[in-house]
Write a protein that binds this ligand. Structure first.
Ligand code: SF4
Length: 369
């Protein structure tokens, strides 16, 4: 017996312009310039209702309504930190939850974007890793986080801009390079001139070190690279980050040395300081040696303690001493300000739960961001 379920509608949000043009021309039977008009409505003006696209003909709008969709995420929860950080939790059409974190600063408005629901990498200090990988996000779901937060920020801050966000960091839930094809489509959209037009200088993709994919990121995109390193020896890293059992620190450093860097650009190394685990003077000295021939800067991240994971925060004095040793070894290092700790929005804390001090605001049921 044939299924009576309606055919799933195609989400246009995840289609780069070239694919959208093929759809509009080959399947809908319209001329190519309509694809560009449609793309601009979606990605420059952030419109999610085909009926508001007033320069498209009524018949085209009707065809789009019938076959296509534009909004794969609904806002499920919003939590505000005392430091201005806002964590958004989204619900996908199939009921999965994911999070993105908005971090305003005087000179920039940054969004930390998720690429997967959960994560397969199982880093021992990270709450997301405890979820396992539930599924990859589609390109539409990756782009939708950016559009939705742009609308939220414009509304909350009374801005006339359609794209108030200035910077994107792919450091949310998931390992971006483990979902490379969807990440690449999303980047193509987010960077396109007919779309949100984010500069490559303002986009950073962070990886735990999927070595072959680092080469692809360098060859197929022009965004900035961050490496989540967190250890100074293979023995330590094998324990903390299972990915290291496959690709050792030497493999990772070689991938960094051959990563194509634009002039003046450096690779960011993220190093979560774990008390008594990776924060000794010897660790700092080894880190200097590892980074000796890599254009690098190091972000030292005070650990955000997660209940049950068994790791503790390095004290301020120790962190400062670690930074000084790196500086003496001519490695630029910064102790990163911790954002959104009170709402479990900081690094390694994204696991669809609320923080202890959270001022959670439930959005109206079914409200779309
Ligand atoms: S630190 Fe990143 S890669 Fe590791 S488990 Fe957490 S989300 Fe995954």
């Amino acid at each position: 017996m044939p299924s009576l379920a309606p055919a799933p509608r195609l989400d246009l949000l995840g289609l780069p312009l070239e694919q959208l043009t093929r759809l509009v021309v080959d399947e809908i039977g319209e001329r190519p310039f309509h694809a560009r008009q449609l793309y601009r409505w979606i990605h420059q003006r952030g419109v999610t209702d085909f009926d508001q696209m007033t320069d498209l003909s009524k018949s085209l709008r009707a065809k789009l309504r019938e076959r296509c969709a534009l909004e794969p995420l609904a806002k499920d929860l919003e939590q505000r930190s005392v430091d201005g950080t806002i964590k958004y939790r989204w619900r996908t059409r199939d009921g999965r939850l994911l999070e993105s974190v908005y971090m305003p600063a005087p000179d920039r408005k940054t969004l930390c974007v998720s690429t997967q629901v959960g994560c397969a990498m199982a880093c021992k200090f990270c709450m997301t890793g405890t979820l396992g990988l539930l599924r990859n996000l589609t390109a539409a779901e990756i782009v939708a986080q950016v559009h939705a937060v742009n609308r939220e920020v414009a509304h909350n801050e009374g801005l006339a801009l359609t794209r108030p966000l200035t910077n994107l960091v792919f450091m949310g839930m998931g390992e971006p390079l483990h979902n490379f094809e969807n990440l690449k489509d999303a980047l193509q959209i987010l960077q396109s001139e007919d779309g949100p037009n984010f500069s490559h200088r303002h986009i950073t993709v962070s990886t735990v070190g999927l070595v072959p994919m680092i080469a692809r990121l360098g060859a197929e995109t022009d965004v900035k690279l961050a490496i989540s390193l967190n250890a100074s020896t293979d023995a330590q890293r094998d324990e903390l980050m299972p990915v290291n059992r496959k690709w050792k620190i030497a493999d990772l450093m070689e991938a960094c040395r051959t990563f194509p860097l634009r002039q003046g650009r450096r690779i960011t190394f993220e190093y979560v300081l774990l008390r008594g685990v990776n924060d000794t003077d010897e660790d700092a000295g080894r880190l200097v040696e590892l980074l000796r021939d890599v254009p690098a800067k190091v972000n030292l991240i005070p650990y955000n303690e997660n209940p049950g994971l068994g790791f503790f925060t390095t004290g301020e004095e120790r962190a400062e001493r670690f930074r000084e040793i790196l500086a003496r070894g001519h490695v630029a290092a910064f102790i990163r300000e911790n954002r959104g700790r009170d709402i479990a929005a900081a690094c390694g804390q994204l696991a669809n739960r609320q923080g202890p001090g959270a001022a959670a605001q439930e959005s109206p049921s079914g409200a779309t961001a």
